[in-house]
Write a protein that binds this ligand. Structure first.
Ligand SMILES: [Zn+2]
Length: 383
């Protein structure tokens, strides 16, 4: 393992380079969690696996007492996309102009590696008054059925309830620590099929055009004012992502039309309410429809308390910034941890390049990120 001085990323960078070299495309872990276990078990962590459905999950813990502080994250990454568009190969960590490139560099292998550095330094310097655990999964970027959700079910069955959790997702926008996530909006999907009557375009009295009907319904849903949001959440939004109909011929009105839609909503309007209000609108325009609903995440928010305060102070002491608290962005595994009554936040590097070609992390942010995590530990579980 190469050694780096702290201003070039220190031990976090050295571990991160090894992690990026593991091609852990969902649901593969590709040896990543083993690298983290190898770093933590010599410090006294016990290691357990909660594998399910082909997904590799790891639970590492030191200490038996409360409070239980959990570092949580995923080792899997999204597919690299067309290799020829990458400036350097996605699974060969490469530094250019102060940036370390590779798939997973920002989302979220740098977060995991900084957590390892933070934990080692904390245990070297402080007396542990509580417990530290790592919850690692390789099923976050995919269906997320057998990952964090499964591990939390197993832990709750043993009555293990984390008090605090920090997820290492890339939460920062322009500078490390400028934003932390304290919750996420809910995500609700609709697959809508509208049936009409097929026929020749020249004989409109013999057809019932489902495209016209579904368009009117979509337009009204898109213009609807759902709510005003609240202190933590922006107003609920609706988007159509797919609209399919037609036979390919110019002279045929099709018999049905289908749309895929998504709501991102605050707790102000529940999924049940959104479904009922939407169906009232749809039924006005479409007498014959089938609506299939699926919830891909309920909205959640962490109460402001000891964890948000510790995170804010840690970020200020390391970077000088006061972080914004946000609930924006997509869903994250934090949604599976909050139901245990755990305070959960997300702190990680700048997210501008996540899921993109040439994903990268700023080398100069790696050691400060580890110092932020270490400072959070010190404020919550130092003896
Ligand atoms: Zn992620």
């Amino acid at each position: 393992m190469t050694e780096y001085p702290d201003h070039q990323g220190g031990p976090t960078r050295a571990l991160l380079e090894q992690m990026i070299a593991c091609a852990s495309v969902t649901p593969e872990d590709a040896g990543c969690s083993q690298l983290i276990s190898n770093a933590l078990t010599p410090l006294g962590f016990s290691c357990e696996h909660f594998d399910a459905g082909g997904v590799h999950n790891t639970w590492l813990r030191i200490g038996n007492r409360a409070p239980l502080f959990v570092f949580a994250g995923h080792t899997d990454v999204v597919p690299p996309g067309p290799l020829e568009r990458w400036t350097s190969p996605p699974f060969e960590p490469t530094e250019r102009d102060g940036l370390l490139y590779g798939r997973g560099a920002a989302d979220m292998k740098s977060g995991l590696c900084a957590m390892v550095t933070a934990t080692r330094r904390f245990l070297e310097r402080e007396k542990l008054d509580g417990s530290i655990a790592f919850l690692l999964t390789s099923d976050e970027e995919g269906p997320a059925r057998h990952g964090t959700r499964h591990v939390m079910q197993q832990l709750l069955a043993r009555d293990v309830r984390p008090d605090f959790a920090v997820v290492g997702e890339a939460s920062s926008v322009e500078a490390l620590g400028d934003r932390i996530m304290i919750g996420r909006r809910g995500s609700l999907n609709l697959r809508l099929r509208v049936d009409g009557r097929q026929g020749h375009v020249a004989y409109p009295h013999r057809v019932d055009n489902p495209i016209h009907r579904i368009s009117r319904a979509m337009a009204e849903l898109a213009n609807e004012h759902w709510d005003d949001g609240d202190d933590d959440f922006p107003p609920t939004t609706f988007q159509v992502s797919n609209l399919n109909a037609g036979t390919g011929a110019t002279n045929v009105v099709p018999g049905s039309a289908e749309a895929l839609c998504n709501f991102r909503h605050s707790p102000v309007t529940s999924a049940t309410t959104l479904m009922a209000r939407s169906e009232r609108i749809i039924a006005k325009h479409c007498p014959d429809y089938i609506a299939e609903w699926s919830v891909s995440g309920d909205p959640f928010v962490t109460q402001r308390g000891s964890l948000t305060r510790a995170a804010s102070e840690a970020i200020r002491s390391v970077t000088g910034l006061i972080p914004e608290f946000s609930t924006g962005g997509g869903t994250s595994d934090a949604r599976f941890i909050t139901p245990a009554g755990t305070q959960v936040i997300e702190i990680g590097p700048i997210n501008a390049s996540i899921h993109q070609i040439d994903e990268h992390v700023r080398v100069a942010d790696l050691d400060p990120l580890a110092r932020i995590y270490e400072d959070v530990l010190r404020r919550l579980i130092a003896g």
